[in-house]
Design a protein. Structure first.
Length: 119
């Protein structure tokens, strides 16, 4: 019986390599597949924002240091519909975990949410 396990990972963004690293730490060989042969540059993103759940994922595999040493903290992230209706939020706890608070945001959190200009 072959006990060697492998897994394909689709996507070379942040989630793909993090998933591959976690699989390798679990003893599973992972291969990351990416649609682009080279960086897509400004056509598909300008800079990287790692949300609190992303930092938690990196922390789980011991890979958060590069991001935390070269970036700046974002303690919470909120998601809103185009109408402005608040959909969800995630807040980093003091222990490094992620707390998804209720859908009704405190007014301070709502006022701290950046707005996106319409096209």
């Amino acid at each position: 019986m072959n006990t060697h396990r492998t897994a394909p990972v689709i996507g070379g963004g942040l989630a793909g390599p993090v998933t591959a690293t976690a699989l390798q730490k679990a003893g599973i060989d992972a291969t990351v597949y990416e649609a682009y042969e080279q960086s897509s540059g400004l056509a598909h993103g300008v800079y990287l924002t790692v949300a609190v759940n992303g930092i938690s994922a990196l922390r789980a595999i011991g890979a958060q240091h590069t991001v935390t040493e070269h970036g700046f903290p974002t303690g919470q992230i909120e998601f809103a519909a185009g109408t402005g209706k608040r959909l969800a939020a995630a807040v980093e706890t003091s222990s490094g975990g992620v707390l998804a608070p209720s859908r009704s945001a405190p007014s301070a959190a709502r006022s701290a949410t950046p707005s996106c200009p319409s096209s």
